[in-house]
Design a protein around this ligand. Structure first.
Ligand code: GRF
Length: 220
């Protein structure tokens, strides 16, 4: 199915750091059949390296330092004004290191997705690679999910699994996971932007006859 320019969803990528997931979304959006455009990259850190990357690629950028606001919601209301000014349809959290209030999450209910570096519901929160290694799990991975008020919860759109091998460090395991993040985030955004992903209770149905998430990669 081809996505005409008119039907392409306007996406804002929200970042706090290097923005490698943002880049994977930008690369996917280069394809004429992809149903989304990265219309804005926003950061809560004006010096986030990803902002400069996006600017160089000619994408609109904006930044507000959260420390300049008295409350979390004041910051979010200013961020929301920017998103509305750019006529954003969908929000992709891509390494956005701010907890969001229920107010903001409600504004984007069903229209905001996040990538988390673990196979949810295991390993919510930070330091996922360290914790997976400490537990001795044999599979680890990444998840893209709709955002709900509870952190790292919400209906799951796509997941990828990678093997954990002897000698792995948080860095080697993290790099293996990140390579999969760069595959599943564009895939999940395509499902959402095209309307193919439908939330039913806690689940996301896509109508796929094969499981696009069965991506376990071979050990290195
Ligand atoms: C990724 O590991 C992502 O899963 C997590 O934050 C990291 C962001 O990395 N939410 P990048 O800025 O996209 O390179």
């Amino acid at each position: 199915m081809s996505a005409g320019a008119q039907s392409r969803k306007r996406v804002a990528a929200l970042i706090s750091g290097r923005g490698s997931n943002m880049l994977s979304l930008m690369a996917a959006a280069q394809h004429k059949d992809y149903p989304a455009d990265i219309a804005l990259v926003f950061s809560n850190k004006p010096d986030a390296p990803g902002l400069a990357t996006a600017k160089q690629a000619g994408i609109a950028t904006a930044a507000l330092h959260h420390k300049d606001f008295a409350t979390r919601e004041d910051f979010e209301r200013a961020m929301q004004d920017i998103l509305l000014a750019h006529k954003i349809d969908l929000v992709c959290l891509a390494g956005f290191m701010r907890l969001l209030t229920p107010w903001f999450v409600e504004q984007w209910a069903g229209r905001m997705i996040n990538i988390h570096p673990a196979i949810l519901p295991s390993y919510k929160g930070l330091h996922t690679h360290e914790r997976a290694l400490a537990d001795g799990v044999k599979l680890h991975g990444a998840t893209v999910h709709f955002v709900v008020p509870e952190m790292d919860a919400g209906p799951i759109i796509a997941q990828a699994a990678v093997p954990v091998v002897d000698g792995d460090t948080p860095e080697t395991l993290g790099a293996r996971v990140l390579a999969q993040e760069h595959i599943i985030y564009p895939l999940a955004l395509r499902l959402v932007a095209s309307g193919q992903a439908r939330i039913e209770g806690q689940k996301v149905l896509t109508g796929e006859t094969s499981n696009v998430n069965a991506l376990a990669v071979p050990a290195p």
